[in-house]
Structures are given as structure tokens and as C-alpha cells.
Design a protein around this ligand. Sequence first.
Ligand code: PLP
Length: 405
Amino acid sequence: MNKLTLDDIKALEARHVVTTYKRQPVAFVRGSGCRLYDVDGREYLDLISGIGVASLGHAHPGLAAAIADQASTLLHTSNLYYHPLQGHVAARLTKLSGLARAFFANSGTEAVEGCLKFARRYWYTQGITTRTNFVALENAFGGRTMGALSVTWDEHYRLPFQPLVGQVTFVRPGDVAGLEAAVNATTAAIIAEPIQGEGGIRPLTKEFAQAITNTCRRTGTLYISDEVQTGLGRTGYPFYFPVLGLEPDLVSVGKALGSGVPVGAMLMSERVANAISPGDHGTTYGGNLLACRAALFFLEQLMDHGLLDHVKAVGPLFERRLRALALKHPVIVETRGVGLMQGLQLAVDATPIVDAARQRGLLVNRTNEKVVRMLPPLTIEAADIDRAVDILDEVFAAVGAEVHA
Ligand code: PLP
């Protein structure tokens, strides 16, 4: 087959692929570490890593070898049978999180969806059929399936698909009185990301986290910590809920777990797990051998081979450099984030900055309209952080002044 050009690729998709994304005009064919290469061989420094997924960078030789070995041994048998890897991955996830048990899914969305189901099942098992509603936060993102979409704030995503699942009350993060008023005798669970990702890299305050914990203790309501973006080392912590003093009954994970191989999981306390019976939930692919092998490889890197310590070391450098950048360019209103999960709140739409960065060989992402988001591979080295911030400096100097005017 002749090598396809970007135009060929675009034309083929335009004929056959449903347009749900406004893609950026670039097609990647190869990666290595924090670098991506497009169809024309042009190199990019990747500070978004497939939206926080390529946690070990691209084409990690150890991960590639593990996947290849698994592919030539056994890929999939379904959850009808045991296989040797699921228990190991679950043991590592429960050790990292302090929660008792894991259920495997294929994505973050499915993990969120499963957490919502299990929260309802928890109350149903107690014989309480009235606690079916959820409290979520403004600016939250949980995914695009009907349940996960129901706890997603952005109306553009939600309105065309109503009616959604049950009643969801959205509370503004920080509004303690609003939270207390929203939780009542019909609430199954509160769901919240400890740092809102798609919503613009917005950490919850410790005070508001405390209010969630207090409200859950007072009313018995379950708390679901959506750690699909924050979890598994991105912040320099295994999970972000303990940092804020949150006490989840359920935790959703995804993204970084497979480092590019689709896998998600929901982690839960023993009391929630005890409410679940065989047949309550299922998945054909979830936790198959390929997914578990990739997850195991990633977790070994994180826990045994210094990856978490690496994030702890480079995260503060990244934060410092971004704060200095913000001081230099008035169009940056605020920097937010922890470790390798960072956002620049701009005074203007972030699109021209993202485009100009890409044209200079740097990939960052726009979220919540005015936020430049960065979720680099967890393996990123200090030199690449410096390079990335230098490029952003150039971009803000060239474009920032223009867009601010
Ligand atoms: N939850 C959070 C906090 C997320 O950031 C995302 C994706 O961005 C999801 C859930 C959904 O995950 P996925 O799109 O991988 O299914």
C-alpha cells in the first residue's frame, strides 16, 4: 500500500467516519517516549499523551514486549473462566487505593457507569429502593454513556440525549450549603473528581472535600471518587482522594492504567462489594489477559520501578516553570493543577494557543474553552518539560499578545 498523505486520510474519514470530533489537522503514525511523528515524519513533543493515557510514553519497549508476549500466548477467554492475571492487577490496585476489591471494565466511562450501578445496588440490597439519585458537581465529566453522561455537567453533551438516568442534582464546587441541601433521603451517592479534569483542571478545596465527607457520614450517602484522570500517579500520588481527606466507597480508574491498552476498573469498599451478587454486572472483554498484562506492567513501573517517585520529582519543576510563565504573560490568568496534571487558565479562548503550539511541534489541549491542559506521559524528563515550557513561552509571546488585544 502506498503511504497515505494527511489529505488521503482526511478524505477517507470524511466519506466513512461519523463526525463527532473536530480533529486537528495532523495524523500520527509513530511514537517514541514523549515524541510523536506525523505522516510527513515531523516530530512533536507530546504533552497530552492521548488525553492522559500514554502514561509510559509511546512505544515503551518493556510494555511492547509484554503485550507481544501476551498476544502470542493468550489474549482473551472472557469472564466465564479464571485467568492468572486479574487477581494480581486487583491486588495491586487495592494496595494502592486502600479499597477492598476491583471490578474490571474497558474504559473510564464504563468504570463510572459501573460505580453508579453499584451505588444503586448497594441500597437495593439493603431493601431501600428509594435511594436512586445522584449528586454531581458543576463542571464534572464522567463520560458519554447514558449513566456517565447523566453526571456530566456540560449541557451540550447532555441535552440532546435526554431523558437521562434518574435525577441528578449538580452542585457548584465550594458550595457547602448547596451540597447539604442537595443530598436527601433519595440520594444514592455523591460523585466527584478530586481534581476536575475536562472541567478545566480545578482541584476541589479541602473544605469542600471535608463537606462531602461530613455529608456522607451524616446521611450514609456513598461517595464515588472519579479518579479516571487524577488516579494512578498523575498527581505524584497514587490517588488524589486521600490528599483531600475524601473517603470513597467507590473509585473509578482508567486512562493511565493500560498506558494505551483500553482498560478501566472500579474499586470499592468491602461493604459495597458485599452488596453485589453474581450476575449483577458483567462484561465480555473487561479484565481480559491483554488488558491485565498491560495494566500489570504499568503498575509494576509505578510501584516497583520508581515511576511514582519520578512524578513527585518532576511535577514541582513543571508547576514552577508554569507559574513563572504565567507571571510573564498576562493572558494567563491562573495556573492550576498538581504534579503532571496542569492547566493554564487564559483570559481568552485557548484554541489559537493550542494551534500555534502544534505548529511549533508541541501538543497541548484546550478544555473548558479557556484552559490549556497538559497531561504529559508520567515518564517525561525535566529537559522535555523545559523544552515544552520554552515553546509555550514563544507561543504566548507571538500569539498571546495578539489574542489579548
Ligand atoms: N471520568 C473522568 C474524570 C474523565 O476525565 C474521563 C475522560 O476524560 C472519563 C471519566 C471517561 O473516560 P473514557 O473517555 O476513557 O471512557
